[in-house]
Design a protein around this ligand. Structure first.
Ligand code: HEM
Length: 74
């Protein structure tokens, strides 16, 4: 986690938690990364990245998240 993660409420998602992450489809992950928490009814503390990251970059982040959790959508 980043240096300020302890101070966030809610805390950022734990991407190594495979039980949690396997409930998310790749589409869910795409939407929250692109539009931020606000776009999916979650905390606005999760910033939107769609202005900074293109489609390919977001997809490669999703692959990275799947490596962190060692899981896929069940
Ligand atoms: C590019 C880097 C990032 C990625 C790929 C990412 C990815 C995600 C994903 C996939 C979720 C949703 C988890 C779920 O399905 O419930 C999430 C939630 C969250 N993220 Fe990020 N995140 C990033 C950067 C950040 C940063 C920089 C912050 C804060 C400064 C942050 C704060 C949060 C918080 C607080 C939540 C929880 C939202 C809630 O449960 O209501 N994230 N993040």
């Amino acid at each position: 986690m980043g240096f300020n993660a302890e101070n966030l409420d809610p805390r950022p998602a734990n991407h190594t938690d495979s039980r949690f992450m396997s409930k998310r489809t790749d589409r869910d992950l795409y939407e929250v990364i692109k539009g931020g928490g606000r776009a999916v009814g979650k905390a606005t503390l999760m910033p939107p990245w769609g202005g900074n990251l293109n489609d390919t970059q977001i997809k490669s982040l999703i692959l990275y998240l799947r490596r962190l959790c060692m899981c896929k959508h069940e």
